[in-house]
Design a protein around this ligand. Structure first.
Ligand code: FE2
Ligand code: FE2
Length: 134
């Protein structure tokens, strides 16, 4: 069963690139959730790397857009991104050095982070990115 499901009500921000990338993020997280349950270490590693690479790319894309438009909360938004990347990088390093990591905790942490971040912090940049008045 999928760990996370994208719905317009809960996660839609109304900026195409962000909505599209959030959907891909959710798919990659669900793929890791499934491979974690199956236990093939090579596949788990590949899925973990694919998810984290995409997280990094997505954050970068948002940051470029926010910066170009002079978004007032750019710094604090980027700090939230950096914090998750740091946590993910620590898990990634541990996993690839052969340690057992709590995959379920990791996927749950990322799910909870996305569920919290997208409706609040990502939606907050929309007026600035679309030129609409808040
Ligand atoms: Fe986002
Ligand atoms: Fe964000």
């Amino acid at each position: 069963m999928a760990l996370i499901t994208w719905t317009k009500d809960q996660h839609g921000v109304g900026v195409d690139f962000a909505d599209d990338q959030h959907k891909v993020l959710f798919d990659l997280l669900n793929t890791l959730h499934e491979s974690s349950a199956q236990g093939d270490r090579k596949k788990i590693g590949d899925d973990l790397d694919a998810l984290i690479d995409y997280v990094v790319d997505h954050f970068k894309n948002e940051e470029v857009e926010m910066k170009e438009r002079g978004y007032e909360n750019y710094e604090s938004h980027k700090a939230l991104h950096d914090d998750l990347i740091e946590k993910c990088a620590a898990v990634q390093t541990k996993f690839h050095s052969g340690e057992d990591i709590a995959l379920q905790e990791t996927t749950q942490l990322i799910k909870d982070w996305l569920d919290g971040h997208i409706p609040t912090h990502d939606r907050a940049y929309v007026p600035c990115l679309t030129g609409a008045t808040a």
